[in-house]
Write a protein that binds this ligand. Structure first.
Ligand SMILES: CC(C)(COP(=O)(O)OP(=O)(O)OC[C@H]1O[C@@H](n2cnc3c(N)ncnc32)[C@H](O)[C@@H]1OP(=O)(O)O)[C@@H](O)C(=O)NCCC(=O)NCCS
Length: 177
């Protein structure tokens, strides 16, 4: 059963955003949204994304408006301030991992500003809180720094693996004090 999220701050005329757990059958839609969001330079393989989904199915969500996929988020447990390398299949992480890593969140350009990203991030935050992680981590691309700051993340001074692009930044957010 899909879950719904009404983006209150966007008014009565805003489209209704539904979020539901991602499934392997959604990966083609995910890749299309990813290409629209980032262009070809950041395109990942279905195998790499499918592996994240297989290892952390409760941390990966799809957003729909009127039954059409418009956004996605992939997250997974993690154990280190060093982010996982891009384009490499994830290895299993201990169930007691204290960190949540938000691998990617993207919204199709035509669906932006309707609360889709906020709805997806809310699902990941719930998952991470239930798993009793202490912190959430992500790598913000240069243009998304402000978005993540609005969601409580702060920048950490750390070097990143190659591939994230100029201006990308490791960020963290506390969960359980
Ligand atoms: C960043 C992104 C996920 C936001 O998605 P969205 O569904 O439009 O976001 P929401 O509707 O939930 O939130 C919109 C709010 O965030 C703000 N916002 C969006 N992008 C922002 C940014 N880069 N910096 C600061 N604020 C931003 C909007 O101004 C809006 O504010 P308002 O609610 O006060 O009007 C989307 O633009 C996207 O997919 N970008 C490309 C992929 C990307 O960079 N993902 C992040 C990877 S690190």
């Amino acid at each position: 059963m899909p879950e719904s999220f009404a983006p209150g701050q966007h008014g009565c005329g805003a489209p209704r955003v539904h979020t539901r757990p991602l499934r392997a059958a959604d990966l083609d839609s995910v890749l299309a949204i990813q290409r629209a969001a980032y262009g070809d330079a950041y395109q990942e393989s279905a195998a790499v994304l499918g592996r994240k989904l297989a290892l952390a199915p409760r941390a990966c969500w799809l957003a729909e408006i009127d039954g059409q996929p418009v956004g996605y988020v992939f997250a997974h447990p993690w154990h280190d301030l060093a982010p996982p390398p891009l384009h490499v299949e994830l290895v299993p992480v201990a169930a007691v991992a204290q960190l949540a890593f938000v691998h990617d969140l993207a919204v199709a350009p035509a669906a932006r500003g309707a609360g889709v990203a906020a709805a997806l991030f809310s699902r990941v935050r719930q998952w991470s809180a239930q798993a009793r992680h202490r912190r959430m981590l992500l790598v913000a691309l240069k243009d998304a720094l402000g978005f993540w700051q609005r969601h409580g993340f702060r920048a950490l001074a750390r070097s990143l693996p190659p591939g994230y692009g100029d201006g990308a930044c490791l960020m963290e957010r506390a969960l359980v004090s």
